[in-house]
Every structure is written in structure tokens, then in C-alpha cells.
Design a binder for this molecule. Structure first.
Ligand code: SAJ
Length: 411
């Protein structure tokens, strides 16, 4: 059996590697030449624990190779990005491009799985795009036309733990037909030790979106509490710790906002699908998106009575212990502070990377330094990301500097 994995990003590459190390012949497809070259040399173009060893092993065994062209295969896993556009609707162009590349390669009987997190109806749309180009095929063998099996199997792995969670998490597999769901489940059973739950494609799409919206709503609750607590001069961390002693209360942690390519994006796909009825989900998004602005305002107040203040910002990534800055509230805060205070020096500490991301590199008042020199030179210290590496910083080092601690490290 040959599997083509279309899109070798944070999800596609781990999935390709794990299928290959479990004995399948896997061809990875990506539009990016440097990604294709890296994979063929056994390298991983981003940071993810244990992934390199899987990729290097699979490539050296000859079971995984990457190329620009979509090949003929028995199964296709589409793991391309579904970013949102300015109007918060999903950009389906990468899925459409994958459909166009797959369609001419089919001869009937193949399985096409959409893994990308997608708005409700996307799996059917993918099938319609392919069948539009291949009217000789059908989803159910109607009029004797060969079958195309189409299913949705959303990824649910946590960045930083992808290689473990790929194996241990349950999977939800939704088919456009029951046969498609069965076929997709059989493929995931090759490496997945969790339970595989079969359903229809639209329910599988919604399941994934709902998981992330659930988390977003809960983080919004914590973020709203932190603003209320500041206003009432209550320590929100102590408040949450105490409330969580109740057997049925489990409040999450506030922070500078919600980032990443999933939780900050997916709830919008629900809102766009039914704007009238998704008040809570939309409001949670707005609460979380409002948090960076609130922190920027706190920084503005802290520097207002200082002359030429130096501001240290600890952390850039969207969450702890990774280098990923996609939709990162920390990055957004640094960018806004540097732009608002062009005459002030902003010292940025990003322990998981050695360079500033593009969005910041152009701003001349930002310098990338280590945590200790940043704190030493700063008048205002802003803790943005709960990296383990920052946990060792003794509160005594902060002296009488002004501190904005968005993660409750130095209470
Ligand atoms: N955050 C808080 N407070 C918290 C927890 C998180 O402010 O108490 C923030 C983080 O700092 C970060 C954001 O939320 O900015 C999201 O981080 P996360 O660790 O909650 O989640 P992701 O985005 O890394 O991964 C999520 C996971 N979804 C759920 O837990 C429901 C993961 O399982 C999904 O596979 C992933 O989204 C995805 O790809 O959709």
C-alpha cells in the first residue's frame, strides 16, 4: 500500500513519518522545495521532539520520500493549511489545489482523507471538487462508476507532544459513506493505539472545531477573570487556585491572549457557519483577542512616567517551550509596543530561537538578548510566555523594576 501525504507541515510530516516507520510506503508532497529537500535528507524543518528520529529512520529505510508532484497512491492524506481570511472565513485554496493535484491520479477505489481542520462541509466540498474533475468516479458506486472513498479525520495532537499523541490519542473518523469511514479507520489503525470512533464527515469536522472552541471559551473565562481581578485589586492566580479547590470547578490559566494556528482560528469556522447562534463562541474569541491590547496598555502606563525606559519582553512563542510564533499574542504585544514606543529600546528574550521573526526584524528598536542581560538593563520587565527556562529567574533579580507578569510566575 502506498500513501501520499499532501502537505508536510506540523501534522503532515509526523503522520507521514509514523506511517512509514510502521511499514507503509509513504510519499510526502509539498510545494516548498526546501521542505522536500530537507525531508529527503532525513531532516525536519521545524522543532518537534522525537520527530527527527522518525523522519531520519523512515528515509534511511527507503519508506519515506518527498517530492513536489502528487503521485498515484492507494490513499491520500491531505494535511494542508486552512488559514482564515480577513472576514474570518476559511481559506480553502490549499484544499482546492490538493484536489486538483489528486484528481488526475485516481483510477477508482482510492481513499482520500482530509486531515486539515476545516469548516463544516469541507470534506463534501473536497469530494465535489475531485468528482467535478472526474465524473467517471462516484462516492457510492452509482451507475457502475468506480468508487472514491472520502473521509475526514481531524488531527488532535498537541504541538510539543505530537509523536506521543499521534499514537495514544483517540481518533474521530467521519466518512462521506460508511465504507469510507471504515477504510480510513483501517489506515489509522496502522499506528494509532487509541480508540477510533466512526461517524459521518460533518460530525467529525464539527468535533474538531468544538474541542478547540471549548478550550478557547474556558481560557476566555480565565482571561476575563484576570482583567476583573486587576480592576478589583485581587490576585487572580490565588483566586483561581482557591476556586479550583471546589470539586466541580477547573478554571484554566489566564495569559497574554490565545495563540497558535488552531484555538485562535478554529472557533471562527463555527461562528462563520452559524453567526446568529454562536454568541458565546464569538465573545470568547473577542475576549481572548482583546488580551494583547490590554497588556500593551499596561506597558504604556508602566513607562509613562519614565524617561527613555528600556522594556524587557520575555518570550515570543505562542506557548511554553516551543519556537512557534504563529498567531502568538507575545509577538503581537512586542510588535505593538515597539511600534507605539519607537524611541524606547525593547529587549526580547526568545530562548528557543536564535533570530527574530520577520514581523519584528524590520523594527530597529528591538534587540534579541538573553534573559539575564534583558532583566539587568530593563526598567520594565514583561513576562509573556511561561517557558520552563524562565522559571529559574529569581524574583529578587527584578529588584524594584516595574513588572508585568502575564503568567503569574513572580507573585
Ligand atoms: N493557554 C492559556 N491558558 C491555559 C491554556 C492555554 O492562556 O490555561 C494559551 C496558550 O498559551 C496558547 C493557547 O492558549 O497561546 C493555546 O495553547 P494550547 O496548549 O491550549 O493548545 P494548542 O493550540 O497548542 O493545541 C490545541 C489542542 N487542542 C485542545 O487541547 C482542545 C490540541 O489538542 C489540538 O490538536 C491543537 O489545538 C490543534 O491542532 O487543533
Amino acid at each position: 500500500k502506498t500513501v501520499a501525504v499532501v502537505g508536510l507541515g506540523y501534522i503532515g510530516l509526523p503522520t507521514a513519518a509514523i506511517l512509514a516507520t510502521n511499514g507503509l510506503e509513504v510519499i510526502g508532497v509539498d510545494v516548498n522545495v526546501s521542505t522536500v529537500d530537507a525531508v529527503n535528507n532525513g531532516h525536519v524543518p521545524f522543532v518537534e521532539p522525537d520527530l527527527s528520529i522518525h523522519v531520519a529512520g523512515a528515509v534511511s529505510q527507503g519508506r519515506l520520500r518527498a517530492q513536489l508532484e502528487t503521485p498515484s497512491a492507494d490513499a491520500y492524506i491531505v494535511a494542508v493549511p486552512t488559514p482564515f481570511k480577513a472576514d474570518k472565513s476559511a481559506d480553502m485554496s490549499y484544499i482546492a489545489a490538493a484536489a486538483s493535484a489528486i484528481a488526475p491520479k485516481l483510477s477508482g477505489g482510492e481513499l482520500v482523507i482530509l486531515e486539515s481542520t476545516s469548516p463544516p462541509g469541507s470534506t463534501r466540498r473536497l469530494a465535489e471538487l475531485i468528482l467535478g474533475m472526474r465524473p467517471d468516479l462516484s462516492l457510492d458506486g452509482q451507475s457502475g462508476r468506480p468508487v472514491l472513498l472520502v473521509a475526514h479525520c481531524p488531527e488532535r495532537v498537541l504541538p510539543g507532544r505530537i509523536m506521543i499523541e499521534l499514537v495514544t490519542n483517540d481518533r474521530v473518523v467521519g466518512g462521506l459513506t460508511p465504507e469510507a469511514a471504515e477504510a480510513a479507520a483501517a489506515l489509522y489503525r496502522v499506528f494509532c493505539q487509541g480508540e477510533i470512533h466512526l461517524t459521518d464527515a460533518a460530525t467529525a469536522e464539527m468535533t474538531k472545531l468544538v474541542e478547540n472552541a471549548y478550550r478557547d471559551v474556558n481560557i476566555a473565562f480565565a482571561n476575563e477573570l484576570s482583567v476583573i481581578s486587576d480592576n478589583l485589586e485581587i490576585d487572580v492566580w490565588e483566586l483561581i487556585r482557591l476556586a479550583n479547590r471546589h470539586p466541580r470547578v477547573d478554571i484554566l490559566q489566564p495569559g497574554p491572549g490565545v495563540g497558535g494556528h488552531c484555538i485562535a482560528v478554529d472557533p471562527w469556522f463555527i461562528v462563520t457557519a452559524d453567526p446568529k447562534n454562536s454568541t458565546l463562541i464569538r465573545t470568547a474569541r473577542e475576549v481572548n483577542d482583546g488580551k494583547p491590547g490590554y497588556i500593551v496598555d499596561q506597558i504604556r502606563k508602566a513607562v509613562s512616567d519614565l524617561e527613555h525606559p528600556v522594556i524587557a519582553c520575555l518570550g515570543l512563542a505562542f506557548k511554553a517551550n516551543i519556537d512557534d510564533v504563529r498567531e502568538s499574542p507575545a509577538l503581537e504585544i512586542v510588535r505593538r509596543v515597539a511600534t507605539l514606543h519607537p524611541d524606547n529600546v525593547i529587549l526580547v528574550v526568545a530562548p528557543h530561537t536564535d533570530h527574530l521573526p520577520e514581523e519584528l526584524a524590520a523594527l530597529s528598536n528591538i534587540r534579541l538578548v538573553d534573559a539575564y542581560s534583558a532583566i539587568e538593563s530593563a526598567d520594565v520587565v514583561v513576562l509573556l510566555v511561561d517557558h520552563d527556562k524562565f522559571r529559574d529567574i529569581e524574583p529578587a533579580l527584578l529588584g524594584d523594576k516595574k513588572v508585568i507578569d502575564t503568567r503569574g510566575f513572580w507573585r
